[in-house]
Design a protein around this ligand. Sequence first.
Ligand code: SF4
Length: 487
Amino acid sequence: MGYKRGLGGYCGIFGVYGAPQAASLAVLGLNALQHRGQESCGIVTSHEGRLHRRIGMGLVGEVFNRPDHLEALPGLAAIGHTRYSTTGTSDYHNIQPIQVITKDGELAMAHNGNLTNAAALRRELEAEGAIFQTTTDSEVILHLLARSRGKSLEERVLEALPRLQGAFSLVFLTPDGMVVARDAHGFRPLAMGELDGQPVFASESCAFDIIGARTIRDVEPGELLLVNGGPLRSIQALEGARRSHCIFEFVYFSRPDSKIFGENVDKTRRKLGKTLATEHPAEDADIVLPVPDSSNTAALGYSRRSEAKFELGLIRNHYVGRTFIRPGQQSRTDGVRLKFNAVEGVLRDRSVVLVDDSVVRGTTMIKLIRLLREAGARQVHVRIASPPVRFPCYYGMDFPDENELAAAGRNVDELCLHLGADSLRFLSLEGMLEATGMRASSFCTACFSGIYPEEIVDAGIPAGLRPPSHLPGLRSASPPNMEESPS
Ligand code: SF4
């Protein structure tokens, strides 16, 4: 049986300590982090020596929609989680924060990221008698803590962390305090803020803005923070790993109003668009269109550096939920038409540049190009503000299997034909890294480059460049520089 990537996944986490109405703050914070996970969410609070939890499937506004939901979550400390939808894995048992009772008392945990040695650890723990309640990789962390001989949560976490590989930004809550930790590579973002002198933590700084907190700094890769009402204590728990921030956070996932890895997402995303326009201008184009909303900022950057005007030629319907049922219209109304419509007045007889942040499966792009042509666009030139995604992510991004990636096994000309565009160009790997304004070596680019920062234990993949033989059908043998068709 093939390796199955873990289900910890792509999520948002939040923590607040020492604040009146901690649960209300967590609801607001999770709302701001909703884009990081729409499948399920939950909050755990600590009050008078007990933990209190409410979790549910759905959006934050659906799970916490009555005053009594918050009344059932008393206390001055809270942690929260929003979980990303991974196809076919909707399961109530996998909702976070996970809460357990150990020999040392109650413990709750929220995890963003994906462990790459979870299967190996789980086999080991099961052989020793551990019984798992979820199918998430996150649960192994709790089992390691429960089995530790450490006398305090701090000692137990310090003992468990070195055993974990892959991506993890973590918040733990007990009746006595909170512990926050981040993996040594710093794959996923995790920021620390301050609200009325008390610490708050979130995957992205946009969660601080909504509650009026001030962003202080990132939780450092490998850092452990201990919060219990006294002065904050910081321990460098993990050392020696190269920084490998996920570059896809800048390309697509994080909100433009957030600051991650020490840089503004909006600024970086504009720069991605500008560099794309410099590398791949579309001289004959009349207008530049974003694929709303994720590409708005990159398309703005592109239009600033080109002659073509920024226009909104595609309108997105924000009210189509994931579970929307199309009554009797399946054959005529596909998912893309439910989500997007074209503005004929903008498009008729125009040559357009359509800017998107990335191409993963490519199915939406095919339909959008068709939509633009039906609305009268004369030519559709596609410009992508990142290189082709050709390799799987093992660190929590929910990409499909590699044989479903549109760019796997196709060069750029073939992909252009497949999508039905008049031209197709991708931002180079070098251009993408340069746009961050940070050291290129501090990023993970594995899904673009095939270079994995560390061994993927569960998949048997060593660190470094992944051999092309792993990709049936890929003819290019030079993954690090793949922005153009290997002619
Ligand atoms: S493989 Fe891609 S999506 Fe995954 S952590 Fe690395 S850069 Fe991010």
